[in-house]
Design a protein around this ligand. Structure first.
Ligand code: MN
Length: 707
């Protein structure tokens, strides 16, 4: 098997690279992709080889070049991350996994701000900047060979993605030559007519002014050499897309398109940059406002150069960029150049540390420290911000961004508060997951909802976003009010002896008397116990309402308040002291802001703590057979080994479920225990008590009230 040229020549690039390992990676990829073909008809391996070649050109490290060779093996072949880890180590495996992860995320929607979101997502996913460099090299080669893809629609969608996502990403990382090429390749696909007309104009100007270009070039070189400045001067054609962009911004009209060349002056060192500038400005006049010093104040992506536009030898405008070779490298390959200049490029104070281990974020923070304009600062702040966010998709592909540590509950409320209120579960990447699971970047989250579902109170603690928390709070506030309103309505009707709705006149008079603006306010106040039962009973309607009596179905007879078997939400509670059971006599009392507390009618606390005219007669209704209620019993039992076990198994055999146990008194012969047992009703309780009484070890057993 023949190895590609780039591997043969790799040693001339850098001494640090491990040629043998790269060769091994090449054969691994070759074997994995086997007979796969590109759309061009070339064997598939040609693609990873080109990607690795681009990365080698950027003088990147061994792990990155190997990742270039392996980048499509996990996605497209039978190779696995584990296998790669075993052969090439954890570093390469992590990088390949990162590139694979990016390949899997798709920009589903064409909404405008989604391009920016997607860009952020890619950055967030690529914790190691080298992942992004491989991805950009991959995209660059795919764009170079895009013409082979048969479907026009597909070509356009890839070109659009490149234009909106990958080209700006390259720009943000300071990789200008990547950005230029990606933009021109995309532009050609997206707007071929515009591309061709600019290209023709540029070609025409190039041919008609080739002498001029050469002349300018020679004049600059001669001028600087006279002053003993050693330099190279390159005339550089402007990029088609950048000309188009300037035309779009109305900075130039098409017919004004004459200065298609910019000149780059490469000097030996920084001080020569300034000397050259001085000499040129002395000879030719500068266009006002055109001078920019990016050497003393580099751009956010580390771009350093002097810019000026002069009125040149033939009275035409000439754009000049003056920089050192090193600055030029950084201008072209941006962040990738950190690896090339890791020894002498002063990134930070601790430049001695190996930049390969520096994450992209630190790189950007470092760049920020090196000085930036306010716009650039803003840009960097944005970059930092998304480190603390996660980006997830709906199944339809809409991007939802959430703070770090968010879970499906936050996601559901981010979609809509109704979806949040009704969510019963979630699927993350197609797999059922609990609602409190932590979401990661790139997760696709599906929220399962049900009509009958309501938020649970624990959600308030689980939700991390302010939106989810306030929605949950609002739900409970509303729920609570509706429970109190319902309770208030029932208390009012029962106390006054009405079966159905309160007659309007009575309602109005009551609202007047208790100074309530609306019937709802009145009912909530009654439900919350702010208006007491005795005040309601004392209320006498004004006599002039002669028809009042007609409405009164059961005058002078109070109706009991009906308590459903299930605890009626937030407004009705069972008293802890006596724990009433279904079908026994109960009495309710209103407590301010708590609602109605239901007591057993024999409870001492009830008679001791509340005057009788505060009592609400209550009755059970609609008890669900499967609903369990808690009851309390006290047992005196012989103090001998195994006693407790006998009691417990006896209670269990009779269908009681012990939920709590207290030993209250202990003597040498006997001890008293209080059991809390979940059971069905009074009958069930009596059955358990009778059965326990039959045991020899039990000397006493009775229902127990705390008072
Ligand atoms: Mn690829």
């Amino acid at each position: 098997m023949q190895q590609p040229d780039f591997i043969k020549n790799i040693k001339s690039n850098s001494d640090d690279v491990n040629q043998a390992l790269i060769e091994k990676a090449y054969f691994f990829a070759l074997n994995a992709h086997k007979s796969q073909k590109r759309y061009s008809g070339d064997p598939y391996i040609s693609h990873p080889v080109k990607v690795a070649e681009i990365l080698t050109g950027l003088k990147l490290d061994t792990a990155t070049i190997i990742t270039g060779l392996l980048h499509d093996t996990v996605e497209d072949t039978l190779a696995s991350i584990e296998e790669i880890k075993n052969i090439f180590g954890a570093e390469v495996a992590t990088l390949v996994a990162g590139v694979t992860k990016i390949s899997k995320i798709k920009a589903h929607s064409d909404k405008k701000n989604q391009a920016e979101n997607f860009r952020k997502l890619i950055l967030a996913v690529s914790k190691d900047i080298r992942v992004l460099l491989v991805k950009l090299a991959d995209r660059l080669h795919n764009m170079r060979t895009l013409k082979f893809i048969p479907s026009e629609e597909r070509r356009k969608s890839i070109a659009l993605e490149t234009m909106e996502i990958y080209a700006p990403l390259a720009g943000r990382l300071g990789m200008q030559s990547f950005r230029d090429e990606l933009e021109d390749l995309s532009f050609k696909i997206l707007n071929e007519a515009a591309y061709n007309s600019i290209k023709n104009r540029v070609d025409y100007l190039k041919n008609s002014s080739s002498n001029l270009t050469e002349k300018i070039n020679i004049q600059i070189v001669n001028l600087l050499t006279e002053e003993e400045i050693n330099c190279d001067v390159f005339g550089r054609e402007k990029k088609i897309y950048s000309i188009w962009r300037k035309m779009q911004l109305k900075e130039i009209a098409f017919r004004q398109l004459s200065d298609i060349f910019a000149y780059r002056i490469i000097t030996k060192n920084k001080s020569d940059c300034y000397r050259a500038l001085g000499i040129i400005h002395t000879k030719w006049s500068a266009v006002p406002g055109s001078f920019k010093d990016y050497i003393s104040t580099p751009k956010i992506n580390n771009y350093s150069s002097l810019h000026t536009t002069i009125v040149g030898p033939q009275r035409q405008r000439v754009e000049l960029q003056i920089r050192t070779k090193e600055m030029s490298q950084i201008a072209d390959s941006g962040i990738a150049a950190h690896w090339q200049y890791k020894d002498n490029y002063n990134l930070t104070d601790d430049s001695s540390s190996d930049p390969i281990n520096v994450t992209w974020l630190r790189d950007l923070v470092d760049i920020l420290d090196s000085g930036a304009t306010s716009e650039e600062l803003l840009e960097a702040t944005k970059l930092e911000m998304f480190q603390q966010q996660v980006f997830c998709f709906t199944p339809k592909g809409d991007l939802i961004h959430l703070p770090e540590n968010s879970n499906p509950i936050d996601f559901a409320y981010a979609l809509h508060s109704e979806i949040g209120n009704r969510c019963i579960g979630s699927k993350v990447n197609g797999k059922s997951q609990p609602l409190f699971i932590k979401l990661s970047n790139g997760d696709e989250v599906e929220i399962l909802t049900s009509r009958g579902q309501e938020p649970s109170e624990v959600w308030g603690n689980i939700a991390t976003t302010a939106k989810a928390q306030s929605s949950i709070k609002r739900f409970f506030k509303k729920q609570e009010n509706s429970d109190f309103l319902d309770l208030g309505n029932r208390i009012l009707l029962n106390s006054l002896g009405y079966k159905e709705d309160l007659p309007d006149d009575i309602a109005n008079q009551m609202m007047d008397k208790f100074r309530k603006k609306s019937l709802n306010d009145l009912l909530i106040s009654v439900g919350k116990g702010h208006i007491k039962n005795k005040e309601i009973v004392k209320f006498k309607p004004r006599k002039r309402l002669s028809f009042f009596t007609r409405y009164r179905k059961n005058p002078n007879k109070k109706l009991p308040l009906e308590i459903k078997g299930l605890q009626a939400g937030l407004a009705v509670h069972f008293a802890e002291c006596c724990l009433p059971l279904p079908n026994e006599n109960i009495i309710g009392v209103s407590e301010s802001d708590v609602g109605v507390i239901i007591h057993n009618s024999n409870c001492k606390k009830l008679t001791e703590d509340f005057e009788e005219d505060l009592w609400l007669t209550a009755t059970w209704k609609d008890i669900d057979e499967n609903q369990l209620f808690t009851s309390r019993i006290k047992i005196s039992v012989v103090n001998e080994p195994g006693s407790l076990g006998i009691l417990a198994s006896h209670i269990g055999q009779n269908g009681g479920n012990i939920i709590n146990l207290n030993i209250s008194e202990k003597s040498n012969d006997y001890f008293d225990m209080i059991f809390e047992i979940n059971l069905k009703d009074l009958k069930h309780l009596n059955l358990i008590i009778e059965n326990l009484r039959e045991l020899d070890i039990v000397s006493m057993v009775k229902r127990f009230f705390i008072n």
